[in-house]
Design a protein around this ligand. Structure first.
Ligand code: 5RP
Length: 219
């Protein structure tokens, strides 16, 4: 089964989590795009929808939805998003698409976070995928030095500005054996907006599509 087919299957499996009256947060990326394509068929179940990026907001509008601001909506019932890496503790690396900060905000505002991935995203130890870190532009060298001390190789993402007007460092070569500790430690470096480790607020349910079906971890 090809990767896109698996992404689509994971996205369709997440539709089961959308109950009537859901205040829904929608993530960013190619896996979530399959979800957005399927949402019009169950639009009557969705009370309000909030987007994690400008790209997702436009796609939702094109699919016929009115997109609300998180501050108008308050808490969300459900947040659905993809990931770049997942482990069996439901810790994630996110931010390949650069939307990690808004994604972390929506995950934090949601009662339930369902993560949808194809099986290529499953790892034992997080860190083979370069860790995205959103930074305030003037802090680039200060933050980079902190990651070098932790034996990472930070590389500034070329020609990329986040929806918040910031930059992304992609940190290569990390072995993230303690995701909770690393998330806390690096989030405290001045100039870091957020790191792309989702461990303090992990997924509640992980839907992993593989050849022959979709596995669910968590609930
Ligand atoms: C965007 C993200 C995405 O969820 C992550 O990059 C996965 O993307 P895709 O579904 O295209 O593989 O964190 O910031």
């Amino acid at each position: 089964m090809d990767q896109d087919k698996q992404k689509r299957e994971a996205a369709l499996a997440a539709l089961e989590f959308i109950a009537p009256g859901t205040r829904l947060g929608v993530g960013t990326g190619s896996t979530v795009n399959f979800l957005i394509d399927a949402l019009p068929d169950i639009a009557d179940k969705i009370d309000v929808v909030v987007a994690s990026s400008i790209a997702t907001e436009s796609r939702l509008r094109m699919a016929g939805f009115t997109v609300s601001e998180l501050s108008e909506v308050g808490d969300l019932d459900l947040y659905i998003d993809g990931a770049d890496e997942v482990n069996k503790q439901l810790h994630l690396i996110k931010g390949g698409g650069g939307a990690l900060t808004r994604e972390k905000i929506l995950a934090g505002a949601a009662r339930k976070f369902v993560c949808i991935v194809d099986e290529s995203k499953r790892v034992g130890v997080l860190g083979s995928f370069p860790l995205p870190v959103e930074i305030i532009p003037m802090a680039e060298s200060l933050v980079s030095r902190q990651f070098v001390k932790a034996r990472g190789q930070p590389i500034l993402r070329k020609d990329f500005v986040t929806d918040n007007g910031n930059l992304i460092l992609d940190v290569h070569g990390l072995q993230i054996t303690n995701p909770l500790e690393m998330e806390q430690r690096f989030n405290q470096v001045p100039g870091v907006v957020t790191v792309g480790i989702f461990a303090q607020r992990p997924a509640d349910a992980l839907l992993i599509a593989r050849e022959g079906g979709v596995d669910q971890l968590g609930s």
